[in-house]
Design a protein. Structure first.
Length: 710
C-alpha cells in the first residue's frame, strides 16, 4: 500500500556507499544503522530530494498515478528508523492527508476485513497482522534487506476486546466544518463553561483544529441516512422497471416520512434500514431510479440532534444546563454544538459542567477486565447513593480534574455527612416525641444558640444558592458540610440539656429548610428529613417545593463571628486540659478568656455561659485583647466529687445503651456499696436520677448494674 516516501524538508540526508550498495538516509541516523566502513558521497537537505522517483519494493501494482516519488512531511523525525518514512495513504490519517496533497492514487491491498487481496499472490488471504515476518523473509531472499530493527510504538486497539484495529480509508459523507468554523467559535463564547478554562482551552482549541466530520457509517443497525441517489435505469411503472442506462447521480435529501410517502407513493410505517432500502421513486432529473445510499448515520449525529426532538424544540431550546465528562469535548458537547450552530445559528446549551474522569485507586482506568474497582451494587448497598453522590460532587471531578476512587474517603463522607445528619434528625424526633411537643408557632426564640443556628442556616442557604447558580458543586458541598458540623457538634451538643419549645421549634425549622437546601445534592436524605416532618396538606415530596430564599433579617454576621470566637476559645481550653492531663468530664473552677470581640458583644453573658458549659468550668471571665485563654486547674474536693458524678453518669449511659433502653425509659441502678459512691449519691442523687431516667438507686455487693423498671 506504500505509494510515497516522506522526508523532512529541513533534515540533512546523506548518500553513502558501502561496498557495491548505495543508500540514502538521515545523516544523524548513520551511526545507528550502518555497520562497518562506508563512504559518504553527498549531503543534501530533504527539500532537494522532493520529487525524486523510486522503484517500489513490490511490483504488484503498476502505473499508479503520481505514485512512487519523494514528498516532504512535517511529521518525519530522526528519532528512529532512517529518517525516510514510507507512506500508505489508504491506511492512516497522516498518510492519507499527504497522499491527498500529492494527488497520488491510493492502493488498498487489504480488504476491509483485514485480509490480503488476491493480487498480492504471495500472501493472498492472510491477515494483515500475522505476515510481517514472511514479508521480511521474502525481501531478504530478494536481497532487498540491509538490516532489521524492532521499533515499539503505540497502536490503537479495541477498547472492549483489545483486538488491534486497522486504519482503513473508506468513502464517507461529511459535514463541512470548515464552512461554519467561524460560527462555531463565535457561538462558543456565549456558553458558560465550568471550569471556565475549557471554553478556550480543550474545547475552543478543538474547534480551531476540527476537521470535517464524517457522519456516515457502513453498518447495519442505526438511523439510515435519508439520502436517495439516481443510480440505474428508468422507472416505467411501479411494477415494471426498464434498466436502460446509468443514473444521472442526482441526489435527493428526504426531510420526513411524509415527504418519502409523497415521493414513493407508499405508506411509511417503519423507517428501519431494511425497510427504507427497498423504497424507490423516479428521479426528477432524468426519470431514473432513486435508491437510498447504503450508509447509516454516525450515532454521535443522533446524540447531537437531541435538542431538535419533537417535544423539546423550540420551546426548550437552548438547554439551560448539561453535564458530562471531559472526553465529551470531542463527543457529545462537540456534536451538540456543531448541529445547533449549523441549523439554528446558536449554541444548544447555555451552561455546561465538565467533570474529570473517575479512575481506579491506583490512577489507572477502571476496567471490567482488570476488576480494579469495587462492585457498584456493594458500594451503594453499604453507603447509599447520597454518600457516593456527595463524595463525587465534593471532589475535584466537578472542576474538570480526575479522581482516584478511594473507598476510605467515601466511608468518611458517609460518616461525617449522612450518619451525623441522621443522628441530628433522630435526636430531634426522639425528644420532641418524648416531650409530646407540637409545633404551635409562637414568638421567635431569643436564645442566642437558636438565633445563631438560624443565622448560620440562612447564611449557608444564601451561599449555596449563589454557588449552585454558578454550578460550583464542590464549593456547595463544602458549605453544606460546614453547616452539618455546626449543627451537630455545636448546636445539638450545646442543646442537649434543653427541652423547651424554642429548641424544638428552632430545630424543626432548621431541619426543614436544610432538607430543601440539600435536595439537589443529597436527594434521598433530604426526602427522609422532609417526610419525617411533613404535614398532611404539605406537598408530597421535598422535590416538589420551590427553592427556599435566604432571609436576610435572620443573618447576624456579628453573632456568627462571635460564635466562631467562642468555639476557638473552647478549643484552646481543651488543649490546656490535655496538656495538664485533666479529663473534660472533670469540672474546673474558672476559665479566663481574652477576646475583644467577645468582651464588646451584646451577647457576652449568654456566650460566656455556652463556653462555660462546653469546657466544663464554673465561671468564665472575659476581658479584652487578642484571643487567648487561661484555665484554672486547681481541684477542690467539691470539684472532684462533681467529676466523679459525671463519670458515674457516663457509665450509666453506657449501661443504658448495652441494655437497649430507649431515651426516657426508666431503669433501676445498682451500685457497689462503697463509701465514695454513697457520698456521690447523697449529694447528686436527684440530678443523677433525672438525667439518667432512673426510678431507683440501690446499693449491693456486686459491680455497677442497670435493670429495667417494671
Amino acid at each position: 500500500g506504500n505509494t510515497l516516501l516522506a522526508v523532512g524538508k529541513d533534515i540533512i540526508y546523506s548518500k553513502i556507499q558501502q561496498g557495491q550498495e548505495i543508500f540514502w538516509l538521515a545523516k544523524n541516523r548513520i551511526s545507528e544503522i550502518i555497520k562497518g566502513d562506508y563512504q559518504e558521497l553527498e549531503q543534501t537537505q530533504g527539500q532537494k530530494l522532493v520529487g525524486e522517483k523510486y522503484i517500489p519494493l513490490f511490483d504488484c501494482y503498476q502505473n499508479i498515478a503520481n505514485g512512487f516519488h519523494v514528498a516532504a512531511a512535517d511529521f518525519v523525525t530522526t528519532e528512529d528508523g532512517t529518517g525516510i518514512v514510507h507512506i500508505a495513504p489508504a491506511f492512516g490519517e497522516d498518510d492519507f492527508n499527504l497522499g491527498k496533497k500529492e494527488q497520488v492514487e491510493m492502493i488498498q491491498h487489504i480488504t476491509i476485513d483485514g485480509l490480503v487481496k488476491p493480487e498480492i499472490k504471495a500472501f493472498a488471504g492472510r491477515s494483515v497482522f500475522n505476515f510481517n515476518d514472511d514479508v521480511i523473509k521474502k525481501l531478504e531472499k530478494e536481497g532487498k534487506v540491509y538490516t532489521t530493527i524492532s521499533v515499539t510504538h503505540d497502536y490503537p486497539h479495541c477498547w472492549r476486546c483489545e483486538t488491534p484495529l486497522l486504519n482503513y480509508a473508506t468513502e464517507s459523507w461529511f459535514v463541512n466544518i470548515q464552512k461554519i468554523k467561524d460560527d462555531l467559535l463565535k457561538a462558543n463564547q456565549a456558553i458558560n463553561w465550568v471550569p471556565e478554562y475549557i471554553k478556550n482551552g480543550r474545547f475552543g482549541n478543538g474547534l480551531k483544529e476540527a476537521p470535517d466530520w464524517a457522519i456516515s457509517r457502513n453498518r447495519y443497525w442505526g438511523t439510515p441516512l435519508p439520502i436517495w441517489q439516481c443510480q440505474i435505469g428508468k422507472v416505467k411503472s411501479k411494477k415494471e422497471k426498464v434498466k436502460s442506462k446509468e443514473g444521472c447521480g442526482h441526489i435527493k435529501v428526504v426531510g420526513s416520512a411524509a415527504e418519502l410517502e409523497k415521493l414513493s407513493g407508499r405508506k411509511i410505517t417503519d423507517i428501519h434500514k431494511h425497510i427504507v432500502d427497498e423504497i424507490i421513486f423516479p428521479c426528477q432529473k432524468c426519470g431514473g431510479e432513486m435508491r437510498r445510499i447504503p450508509e447509516i448515520l454516525d450515532c454521535w449525529f443522533e446524540s447531537g440532534s437531541m435538542p431538535f426532538a419533537l417535544n423539546h424544540y423550540p420551546k426548550e431550546f437552548p438547554a439551560d444546563f448539561i453535564a458530562e465528562a471531559q472526553d465529551q469535548t470531542r463527543g457529545w458537547f462537540y456534536t451538540l454544538h456543531v448541529i445547533a450552530t449549523a441549523i439554528a445559528g446558536q449554541p444548544s446549551f447555555k451552561n455546561v459542567v465538565v467533570t474529570g474522569m473517575i479512575l481506579a485507586g491506583d490512577g489507572k482506568k477502571m476496567s471490567k477486565r482488570l476488576k480494579n474497582y469495587p462492585e457498584p451494587e456493594e458500594v451503594l448497598g453499604k453507603y447509599g447513593a447520597d454518600a457516593l453522590r456527595f463524595y463525587f460532587l465534593s471532589s475535584p471531578l466537578t472542576i474538570g480534574q480526575s479522581l482516584n476512587f478511594n473507598i476510605d474517603d467515601l466511608d468518611q463522607t458517609y460518616k461525617k455527612i449522612i450518619l451525623i445528619t441522621r443522628n441530628c434528625l433522630n435526636f430531634f424526633l426522639t425528644y420532641s416525641q418524648l416531650d409530646g411537643w407540637k409545633n404551635s408557632g409562637g414568638q421567635k426564640s431569643t436564645n442566642v444558640l437558636d438565633r445563631w443556628l438560624l443565622s448560620r442556616l440562612h447564611q449557608s442557604l444564601a451561599v449555596v444558592t449563589a454557588e449552585l447558580d454558578n454550578y460550583q458543586f464542590n464549593k456547595t458541598c463544602f458549605i453544606i458540610a460546614e453547616f452539618i458540623d455546626d449543627f451537630s457538634t455545636w448546636y445539638i451538643r450545646r442543646s442537649r440539656g434543653r427541652r423547651d419549645n424554642d429548641f424544638h421549634q428552632t430545630c424543626q425549622t432548621a431541619l426543614l429548610i436544610f432538607s430543601q437546601m440539600v435536595a439537589p445534592i443529597l436527594p434521598f436524605l433530604a426526602e427522609s428529613i422532609y417526610q419525617s416532618m411533613r404535614k398532611k396538606d404539605d406537598p408530597e415530596s421535598v422535590h416538589l417545593l420551590a427553592w427556599p430564599s435566604a432571609t436576610e433579617d435572620l443573618i447576624d454576621e456579628k453573632l456568627n463571628e462571635e460564635m466562631v470566637s467562642v468555639r476557638q476559645a473552647a478549643s484552646l481550653a481543651f488543649s490546656q486540659r490535655a496538656e495538664k492531663g485533666i479529663k473534660i468530664r472533670q469540672p474546673l473552677a474558672k476559665l479566663a478568656v481574652s477576646s475583644t470581640l467577645l468582651a464588646d458583644s451584646g451577647e457576652k453573658e449568654e456566650l460566656a455561659n455556652l463556653l462555660k458549659d462546653e469546657v466544663n468550668v464554673k465561671k468564665v471571665i472575659v476581658g479584652k485583647g487578642e484571643l487567648k485563654v487561661e484555665l484554672d486547674a486547681n481541684l477542690t474536693t467539691e470539684l472532684k466529687q462533681e467529676g466523679e458524678c459525671r463519670e458515674l453518669l457516663r457509665q450509666i449511659q453506657n449501661e443504658r445503651k448495652k441494655a437497649g433502653l430507649t431515651p426516657g425509659e426508666p431503669a433501676k441502678l445498682f451500685l457497689p456499696d462503697q463509701n465514695n459512691w454513697r457520698q456521690i449519691i447523697n449529694k447528686f442523687g436527684d440530678k443523677i436520677k433525672k438525667t439518667a431516667y432512673l426510678s431507683t438507686i440501690e446499693f449491693h455487693q456486686d459491680a455497677l448494674k442497670l435493670a429495667k423498671s417494671h
